[in-house]
Structure formats: C-alpha cells, structure tokens
Unconditional design. Structure first.
Length: 352
C-alpha cells in the first residue's frame, strides 16, 4: 500500500486518504447498572468516564476528516504519532505504550463477495476508555454491541481492558469463517483438477494464494501483538483479562497453522494441475506417435510402388506387370499394420 506522507514530513502530520469516507461517531457509556448509546455523536459531546465503574467506548467509522481525528485525539490526550498511524492505514498489527494510554492496531478481515481483504482498525485504551477507528462501515463488532445492550455475559461488569479484549477477540475470530470458505474452495478446485482440469482452476488457485498471503501478513503480527499485550504492566491490562488474551493468542496460533496448511495445499494443487496438463500432453503425444508409427511402413510401401518406372527400363521394377501385384501390395500393408498393432498391444501402449 502506498504511503501518502512524503519523505521528510513532520512527525504527527495527518494526511488521510482522499477517497476515505467521512467519519461518523458511535458513543457508548455503560456500567453494570445502565447503558447509554448515541449514534452520529458530535465530537463536543464525547466525555471520558465519570467514575471508576464506567466504561466509555467511542467508535469512529471513516477516516476522511483529519481535523476531526485530531480533535478527538486532543480531547482524550492521545499522542500525535499514534494519530498519524490511525490515518496511515498501512500499519501492521502492533501495540505501543504511551505511558497514559495504549495504542493497538489490528487487521480486520472482510469478504466482499469476490475475495478477502483486510482493513486497519486502530484502538486506543486508557483506564475506563476504549476508542476505535475503522476505515469504512461494516465490521465484526455487532456481537459485542449486543452484549453491551442486553447486559449479556460479564462485559458490562468489567473494566475497559475487557472491552479491548472483546474487540480484539471479535477481529481474530472473524478469520475463521473466512478460512473455512477458503477450505471449501480448495476442496472444490481439487475435485475439478482430478476430474476435468481447466485454466479456471489455475486462476482460482493463484487468487487464493494471494489472499492467503495477505491473511498470513495480518495474522502473524497479530500473534506478536497479543504476546506484547500479555507482557504489559498491570496498569493497562489486569490479570483477569490476561487469561482471556492468552486464549485469543491461542486462536491466532491456530489460524497460523490453518493458513500455512492451506498454502501448502494450494502449492500442491498447482503442482497437481501442472502434472495433469503434462499427463494430458503425454497422452496426446502418445496417440500421435502411435498413429505416425502405424502409417510409417504403409507410407513406405505406397511410395515405393508409386514410382511407376517403365518396364522397358534396364532397371525395371518387379511386379509392375504382375496381375496380382496390387492385391500383393495391399496384403503386405495389412500384414505390416497387424504386426505393428500386435507389437504395441504386447508392450501395453494401448492401456488407458
């Protein structure tokens, strides 16, 4: 992905993508007893938690307004370098500690009907506060929102670090259905290669290989990011939440195993496709060779007796004036052809 900031640009300069969508703000404030939700919230109405039991979640969708992103960051005291990484959406998954808040980057997988792609999700975490930035609408956070609305599970009674875990867990779990779809596609392509390989198979395999490579680039750093979160000081991540983050870390290890397995299967299917093409070519060459070999003695006999030398020549050809010469030539050709067919059959070249 091309960087939009020119070399030598001052650190902390926000240069968003000109094609990025305008931001919309979704604001949550909740604790064990109550829950407040506001859609299309104005930046001026964003407030930090008022008590130790409250959790505030600000979800910003769209990065097309750098001034708004900067105002939100300044309102909550986020570092300018972290805000610069928010709008430069080429970041790899990582976690950075800025003393009074954490900055976490994850790559969320999406399926647009044609293929898989990933988008950057930036997360800020301070005590009682989680702020997320997404590139565009459509995410995997709706189950988390429903748990907050309906007070399901322990989310409403936990601190902000547990909300951070829940969001990261949703992103990581979103890879499993996508990889299952890739697994089904590989099984379909494998059956097609065995029965009737075509050029569409190799195109689909190359497309799958590119998507698996993109997923691998997103999942491998996510494992490292979670390992760094597990090593964070207790001020940002409690011991109770570390247990859940460790479970997410295990999920990323499973995802890496699946991706590597599918990449090996894809490479094997490409080799199988090329091998099947080579086998088909060999079969065609075998048929053509047998046909050419079959007609070689027949062509020699017909060409020999087609020279039509005059009988008066001192080097006259025998059988030119013989009444049975023509049946004799046909008989010789039939015997030669039969002998070749028997030889090919004894060699087993007609099998398959």
């Amino acid at each position: 992905m091309r960087r939009r900031s020119a070399p030598g640009t001052a650190p902390g300069t926000l240069i968003p993508d000109p094609a990025a969508q305008r931001p919309t703000i979704h604001y949550w404030r909740y604790d064990r007893e109550h829950c407040e939700e506001q859609q299309n919230c104005a930046p001026e109405k964003l407030e930090p938690p008022q008590s130790a039991s409250e959790v505030v979640w600000v979800d910003v969708v769209g990065l097309g307004d750098s001034a708004l992103v900067q105002r939100i960051g300044e309102r909550f005291g986020f570092h300018p370098l972290a805000l610069e990484d928010v709008v430069n959406v080429h970041q790899r998954p990582k976690v950075e500690n800025y003393d009074d808040h954490l900055y976490v980057v994850v790559r969320m997988a999406n399926y647009d009907g044609q293929g898989a792609e990933t988008e950057q999700v930036s997360m800020f975490h301070a005590p009682g506060l989680v702020l997320t930035f997404q590139e565009r609408p459509g995410d995997c956070f709706e189950p988390v929102r429903e748990r907050i609305r309906r007070a399901k599970g322990r989310l409403r009674g936990m601190a902000g670090d547990y909300l951070l875990y829940a969001l990261i867990d949703s992103v990581v779990d979103g890879y499993f259905p996508l990889l299952e779809r890739h697994g089904d596609s590989l099984e379909t392509i494998e059956q097609q290669i065995i029965t009737d390989p075509s050029s569409e198979c190799i195109e689909q395999l190359h497309s799958l290989r590119r998507e698996l490579l993109a997923l691998r680039r997103a999942i491998w750093p996510t494992r490292d990011m979670l390992a760094a979160l597990l090593r964070e000081e207790p001020g940002f991540v409690s011991d109770a939440t570390r247990l859940y983050l460790r479970d997410v870390h295990d999920h990323t290890v499973q995802l890496i195993d699946i991706v590597e397995t599918y990449r090996e299967i894809t490479a094997g299917l490409i080799e199988a496709y090329l091998s099947s093409l080579s086998t088909k070519l060999n079969e065609v060459m075998k048929v053509l060779t047998l046909m050419a070999t079959f007609f070689l003695p027949l062509t020699f006999i017909t060409s020999l007796y087609g020279m039509n030398f005059d009988r008066g020549s001192p080097w006259n050809m025998p059988e030119l004036g013989w009444r049975l010469g023509y049946p004799f030539a046909l008989s010789v050709m039939m015997i030669a052809a039969g002998a070749l067919l028997y030889f090919f059959w004894r060699k087993g070249w007609f099998k398959g």
